[in-house]
Write a protein that binds this ligand. Sequence first.
Ligand code: CTP
Ligand code: GDP
Ligand code: MG
Length: 194
Amino acid sequence: MADKIKDAKIIFVVGGPGSGKGTQCEKVVEKYGYTHLSSGDLLRAEVASGSERGKQLQAIMQKGELVPLDTVLDMIKDAMIAKADVSKGFLIDGYPREVKQGEEFEKKIGAPALLLYIDAKAETMVKRLMKRGETSGRSDDNEETIKKRLDLYYKATEPVIAFYESRGIVRKIDSELSVDEVFKLVSQAIDNLK
Ligand SMILES: Nc1ccn([C@@H]2O[C@H](COP(=O)(O)OP(=O)(O)OP(=O)(O)O)[C@@H](O)[C@H]2O)c(=O)n1
Ligand SMILES: Nc1nc2c(ncn2[C@@H]2O[C@H](COP(=O)(O)OP(=O)(O)O)[C@@H](O)[C@H]2O)c(=O)[nH]1
Ligand SMILES: [Mg+2]
């Protein structure tokens, strides 16, 4: 595994719910041909499959809590292996959610070259998610769960950023700007990798 992906760059995309991670990742895929793996999307696919495990996941996600670390990590790892031969790089979106998730990822898969920290104000994130909730069909895009997701973000995920800052790989992106302006900043950070 470590062998297969050793030339591919790994980028962690971290930011609060609704900060714009998915939006920016889509644009990176278009421009750079990276493989986008959203941990939330992988979990939602499992829920949609109707499996027993999916039912358990749905209950956790509905509450805005974190699913067990090994569940998400195994899903990401399998998805990375499936793409290892054709991928120049991986965007790991919405992971790590807590420092421990980052540590386990590095033990089992490899070290990130960059952490894109997609930063927006809480007020902005809530506004975007309420709007997205009108059409997303996501059972966690409601006021109550959004609040829980935000709280957990500040408590568990922000420490992830400090953890990787000490390694000098964090690039903070102001996500209050327009999508295209945010993408300019994201592009600069990725171009600097080469
Ligand atoms: N590493 C992860 C990623 C996701 N989740 C679960 O999946 C839900 C949705 O994840 P995601 O789509 O990444 O949600 P957000 O970042 O909150 O929202 P967005 O889609 O807006 O990025 C989370 O609230 C959480 O319950 C998790 O437990 N562990
Ligand atoms: N105004 C504005 N809206 C954005 C921007 N990025 C994302 N959005 C909107 O905010 C919502 C959440 O974005 P998404 O990419 O799903 O965020 P994620 O939760 O971090 O993956 C979506 O409805 C987007 O259309 C941005 O840079 N500016
Ligand atoms: Mg997303």
